[in-house]
Design a protein around this ligand. Structure first.
Ligand SMILES: CC(=O)SCCNC(=O)CCNC(=O)[C@H](O)C(C)(C)COP(=O)(O)OP(=O)(O)OC[C@H]1O[C@@H](n2cnc3c(N)ncnc32)[C@H](O)[C@@H]1OP(=O)(O)O
Ligand SMILES: CC(=O)C(=O)O
Length: 525
C-alpha cells in the first residue's frame, strides 16, 4: 500500500491567527518538509494572494525537492462562469505545479446558502474544473469541504459530489471535516459508508481534519484505519481556529503504532528538528508538551516512573524517544525518589549509584528545599552543585562572602540608580568592590565581577541570559517567598541556577553565586 503524506502547513497552516510567512519563510518551510520526506507540499493559493503567486514563481528556480511535489490550491470555478474564463483557475495553471488541489462544496446547505447556486450547478463546477485541469496535464485532488457535515445531513448529495469529481478524473477526493466537529466513530461511520455506497477503495480517498474537538489526529488515524491512504496535516497542527491534525503526531501514530510505511526510511527521526525549525520560522514558541516532538514528550517527574525506567526506559515510554529524534529527561522535583536523583545525576555525568548515603542525602535535601519553594526542575546547574557537594571532593566555592550591601537611590531628576558593595575572600585575599547597576541585582552582579575578575578572567565572558522572578504564595502560615531563576551563558553553553528567599535580592544572590560557582569551578576529574 502506498500512502500519500500531504502537508498543508503553507496553506491551511498559514490560516492560523498570528502566522504571516514571507516568501522566504515559505521556501524554508518547504525545504524542511521535503527533508522530512512528505510526499506533497501544498504551497498556497496562487492568484488569491500576491505572496503565494510569488512563492510558486520562485519555487521553480529556488526549490530542489527530493521527496515532495508542490501543490497549488484553489477553488472550483465560480458559479455561472465558464471554466476557461475563470481567473482563479487560470492562476492555478500559471503556478505550473504538477498537482492541484481544488476545494469544492459538498454540503448542500453550503451550495444553496453560501454559494447561492443550485445543486446541479455545483456539480457542474466540480466536473468542469476537474476535467479542464486534467486536460491541461495536471494531477487533481478535490477537497470536499464540509464532507462529514454534508454526509450526515444529505448523504446522497454529498456522495454525488465525490462521484462527480472521481468520474471527471480527480486522482483523490479528500473528505474534509472543515468545521472540525467530528469524533473518531463518526469519521469511521462516514468513511466506511461512503466507500460501500460508491464502491470506491481507500486509495481514491483522502482525509483532512480540523481540530475543533481536539480529535483531528484521532480522526485522521480513524480514517486511515478505515482504508483511506491520503492524509492532509500541518506541522505542529497549525491552522485555522484550534488548527489541523498535527503532522508529527499523525506520522508517529501511523508509522510506529500501525506499522504503516508513511515516510521514507530514516526520516522519522528528523521530526523533532523539523518541528522546532518550523516553529522558529512561524515565530511560535514550540509546544513543550506536544506529543512525540515536545521537549517534555519524554520527561519524567514521578519517582515511581524513574525507578522503573532505571530497569528499562521502555517501561515508562510509549516509544523509544530517539526514533523520533527526541530525548528522555528525568526531572528532579519534590516528586523525585532515589531512582530519579540517580538517573538525573547520571545524565549530568555524576555517579551516585555507588554512594547510597550521598544518594539518600541528596534526595532528602531536594524534597526539603522543594517544600520551601526551591525548584530544581529547570535549574540543572544548582542541582549538580548540590550533588557534587555530597560527593568526595565536594564543591570548592570561588570565594567566600563576608558581606554584601545593595541600595536603591531615587534621584531628584527621576532616575533610579542602584549601588552594591561586596566584601569577599578570594584565594586568601580580602577584596572589597563596589559597582552601580540599573537595579540592586544588576549592581551586585557587577560588584562581584569586579571583585573576582583578577582571579577569574573567564568571568568576562559570562552573560546573564535570562532572569525570572516568581512570588510563591505563603502556605501554612509562612511568609510568601521569592524564587529566582538565573540563566547564564558563556562559551556556547548555558546553565540555570535557582535561589529562594523572602527577600528578592537575597534569592537573586543565591542564584547568582551558584551561577558563578558552576561556571568557574572545574568539575573534579
Ligand atoms: C475550508 C478552507 O479553509 S478553504 C481555503 C480558504 N482560504 C482562504 O479563503 C484564503 C484565501 N482567500 C482569499 O484570498 C479570498 O477569499 C479569495 C481571493 C479566494 C476570494 O476573494 P473575493 O473574490 O473577494 O471573494 P470572497 O472571499 O468575498 O468570497 C468568496 C467567493 O468564492 C465563492 N466560493 C467559495 N467557495 C467556492 C468554491 N468551492 N467554488 C467556487 N466558488 C467558491 C463564494 O461564493 C464567493 O463568491 P462571490 O464573490 O461571487 O460571492
Ligand atoms: C479544505 C479545507 O481546508 C477544509 O475543508 O478544512
Amino acid at each position: 500500500m502506498t500512502y500519500q503524506v500531504f502537508d498543508t502547513t503553507l496553506r491551511d497552516g498559514a490560516q492560523r491567527e498570528g502566522i504571516s510567512y514571507s516568501v522566504v519563510d515559505k521556501l524554508a518551510v518547504a525545504r524542511l518538509l521535503d527533508e522530512l520526506g512528505v510526499g506533497f507540499i501544498e504551497g498556497g493559493w496562487p492568484g488569491a494572494m500576491p505572496k503565494d503567486t510569488e512563492f510558486f514563481e520562485r519555487a521553480r528556480s529556488e526549490l530542489d525537492l527530493k521527496h515532495a511535489v508542490l501543490v497549488a490550491f484553489g477553488s472550483t470555478r465560480k458559479a455561472g462562469v465558464a471554466v476557461r474564463e475563470d481567473k482563479q483557475i487560470q492562476a492555478l495553471l500559471d503556478a505550473q505545479t504538477p498537482v492541484l488541489c481544488l476545494v469544492a462544496k459538498s454540503d448542500i446547505r453550503h451550495v444553496t446558502r453560501a454559494l447561492r447556486t443550485t445543486a446541479e450547478e455545483n456539480l457542474a463546477m466540480v466536473r468542469d474544473s476537474v476535467e479542464y485541469l486534467v486536460s491541461q496535464g495536471r494531477r487533481v485532488f478535490v477537497d470536499c469541504e464540509h464532507f462529514f457535515d454534508g454526509y450526515r445531513f444529505d448523504s446522497a448529495y454529498t456522495a454525488s459530489v465525490v462521484r462527480t469529481a472521481l468520474d471527471a478524473g480527480a486522482e483523490r477526493v479528500v473528505m474534509c471535516d472543515t468545521n472540525g466537529g467530528m469524533l473518531p466513530s463518526q469519521i469511521t461511520a462516514a468513511v466506511t459508508g461512503l466507500m460501500s455506497e460508491l464502491g470506491v477503495d481507500g486509495d481514491r480517498l483522502g482525509i483532512h481534519c480540523q481540530n475543533d474537538t481536539s480529535c483531528a489526529v484521532a480522526n485522521t488515524v480513524a480514517a486511515v484505519e478505515a482504508g483511506v491512504t491520503h492524509f492532509q496535516c500541518t506541522a505542529n497542527g497549525y491552522g485555522e481556529r484550534p488548527g489541523n491534525a498535527d503532522l508529527f503526531a499523525v506520522l508517529g501514530n501511523l508509522q510506529l503504532k500501525l506499522g504503516l510505511p508513511v515516510l521514507p526510511e530514516g526520516c522519522l527521526e528528523k521530526m523533532v528538528r523539523v518541528s522546532h525549525a518550523i516553529a522558529e520560522i512561524a515565530n511560535i514558541a514550540p509546544d513543550t508538551h506536544q506529543a512525540y516532538v515536545g521537549a517534555a514528550a519524554f520527561a519524567h517527574k514521578a519517582g515511581l516512573h524513574a525507578s522503573a525506567i532505571k530497569v528499562d526506559p521502555l517501561l515508562y515510554n510509549h516509544v523509544e524517544p530517539s526514533v523520533v529524534g527526541n530525548d528522555m529527561r528525568i526531572l528532579v522535583t519534590e516528586m523525585a525518589g532515589r531512582a530519579s536523583i540517580e538517573l538525573k545525576s547520571r545524565e549530568l555525568g555524576l555517579d551516585l549509584a555507588g554512594h547510597p548515603e550521598a544518594l539518600a542525602r541528596v534526595t532528602e535535601q531536594v524534597k526539603d528545599l522543594e517544600a520551601h519553594g526551591w525548584s530544581f526542575e529547570a535549574a540543572d546547574a544548582s542541582f549538580e552543585l548540590l550533588v557534587r557537594s555530597q560527593l568526595a571532593g565536594g564543591v570548592t566555592r570561588p570565594f567566600t562572602l563576608e558581606s554584601y550591601r545593595a541600595t536603591v537611590e531615587h534621584r531628584e531628576d527621576g532616575s533610579v540608580i542602584s549601588e552594591a558593595t561586596v566584601k569577599v575572600r578570594v584565594r586568601g585575599e580580602r577584596v572589597i568592590a563596589t559597582a552601580e547597576g540599573n537595579g540592586p541585582v544588576n549592581a551586585l552582579d557587577e560588584a562581584l565581577r569586579v571583585a573576582l575578575r583578577r582571579h577569574y578572567p573567564a568571568l568576562a565572558d559570562f552573560e546573564l541570559a535570562d532572569y525570572k522572578v516568581r512570588i510563591l504564595e505563603g502556605t501554612h502560615g509562612t511568609q510568601a517567598v521569592t524564587r529566582v531563576l538565573v540563566e547564564t551563558a558563556a562559551a556556547g553553553r548555558d546553565w540555570t541556577t535557582v535561589g529562594v528567599h523572602e527577600n528578592v535580592v537575597e534569592a537573586s544572590w543565591h542564584a547568582l553565586v551558584d551561577a558563578l560557582t558552576y561556571g568557574l569551578v572545574p568539575v573534579p576529574a
